[in-house]
Design a protein around this ligand. Structure first.
Ligand code: G4P
Length: 276
C-alpha cells in the first residue's frame, strides 16, 4: 500500500499515538529489515520513553541475513529487545511471546497485566503481524486512519493484551536518502517518483554492495563504468525496446525495481548499521 503524508495527518497520528501510548506498558515497533532506520520515525523514542521496547525486524525474509544479525546487535546495544520476523509466518510467534514476558517481567510480577501496542510506518506489516500473532481475523488489514471506535484489546495469554489497532508513524521524508530508500521498497507512490533515477540508484548500490547480483540475474557484465550503461544492457537482454528499436529505459527500470521488491534479486539490505 503506497501512501502520502500531509501535516494534518501527522498531527492527528501523533495525537492519537500520545493518547494510546498512555494505556500501554510495551511498544512493539515494526521496522523494515531492508532499511531498519529509514523505516523508523525517531519520534517514537520520545513518545515511548519509560516503556518497554521491542523492535521487530520485519520482512527479514527479504533482507540479507548477515545484516539482520548486525542490525539486531545494533538495536540491542541501544537497549531494545529485538526479534527478526516474517510476519506472514507463525514460526517466530513463540519467541516473541517469550521476549515480551522477559521485557515485562517486573510489571507481570507486580500487576499480572501487561498491555502492548504495535506501531510502525505504513506498509511495514503491522496488520499482518497482528493477524498472525493474535491467530484470529480480529485485526483489520490495511490502514484506516480516523477510525477510532472504542479500544479493543486482544488477549495473547493470561497476562498480556494487545491493542487491536496499530499506531501509525510517518517516516522522515525530509532526508533525501531516507526518501530514496522508502521509494525503493515501495512505500512511496511510484507516480511521484522518477523510476529511471530510482533504478540507477539501486543498480549503483547493488554493484557496490552486492557485486555479481545483476550479472547473475540478467546475464550482463558489471564492469561498465556508469549505472546507466548497466540499465541499457539489462534493457537489451530483456528486450525492453520501443518503436524504432530505441531502448525503453523506463521499462527496464521498472523491471529491476520489481525484481528487487519481490526478492527475485535475492535477499538485500539497503542500509548498513556501520554507516550509522
Ligand atoms: P501495515 O499494516 O503496516 O500497513 O502493513 P500490512 O500488514 O498491510 O503489510 C503490507 C504488505 O507487506 C502486505 O503485502 C503483506 O503481506 C506484506 N508483508 C508483511 N509482513 C511481511 C514479511 O515479513 N515478509 C514479506 N515478504 N512480506 C510481508 P500485500 O498485501 O501483498 O500488499 P502489497 O505488497 O500489495 O503492498
Amino acid at each position: 500500500m503506497n501512501f502520502q503524508w500531509y501535516p494534518g495527518h501527522m498531527t492527528k497520528a501523533k495525537r492519537q499515538m500520545q493518547e494510546d501510548i498512555k494505556l500501554i506498558d510495551l511498544v512493539i515497533e515494526l521496522v523494515d529489515a531492508r532499511i531498519p532506520l529509514s523505516s523508523r520515525n525517531p519520534d517514537i523514542d520520545d513518545l515511548g520513553k519509560n516503556k518497554a521496547r521491542l523492535i521487530l525486524l520485519n520482512k527479514s525474509d527479504l533482507s540479507d541475513e548477515r545484516k539482520n544479525e548486525a542490525w539486531a546487535s545494533y538495536f540491542k546495544a541501544k537497549g531494545f529487545y529485538v526479534v527478526k520476523l516474517d510476519a506472514r509466518r507463525r514460526n517466530s510467534m513463540k519467541e516473541i511471546q517469550n521476549v515480551i514476558l522477559e521485557a515485562c517481567k517486573e510489571k507481570i510480577e507486580r500487576d499480572r497485566r501487561v498491555r502492548a501496542m504495535v506501531v510502525g510506518i505504513p506498509n511495514v506489516g503491522k496488520s499482518t503481524f497482528i493477524n498472525t500473532f493474535a491467530g484470529k481475523a480480529c485485526a483489520k488489514t490495511g490502514n484506516k486512519p480516523g477510525v477510532t471506535k472504542g479500544k479493543q484489546w486482544i488477549r495473547l495469554n493470561k497476562d498480556v493484551e494487545l491493542l487491536d489497532t496499530p499506531g501509525i508513524l510517518w517516516p522522515k521524508f525530509d532526508d533525501q536518502m531516507v526518501g530514496l530508500r522508502l521509494a525503493l521498497i515501495g512505500s512511496i507512490k511510484d507516480e511521484i517518483l522518477n523510476i529511471d533515477e530510482l533504478s540507477l540508484e539501486l543498480i549503483s548500490y547493488l554493484k557496490e554492495n552486492y557485486a555479481g547480483t545483476l550479472a547473475a540475474r540478467y546475464e550482463v557484465e558489471e564492469t561498465v563504468e556508469r549505472p546507466v550503461e548497466l540499465l541499457e544492457a539489462i534493457a537489451q537482454k530483456r528486450g525492453c525496446v520501443q518503436r524504432g528499436n530505441e531502448i525503453d529505459y523506463s521499462k527496464a527500470a521498472a523491471l529491476v525495481i520489481d525484481d528487487f521488491r519481490s526478492g527475485r534479486l535475492g535477499r538485500i539490505t539497503l542500509e548498513l548499521p556501520e554507516a550509522n
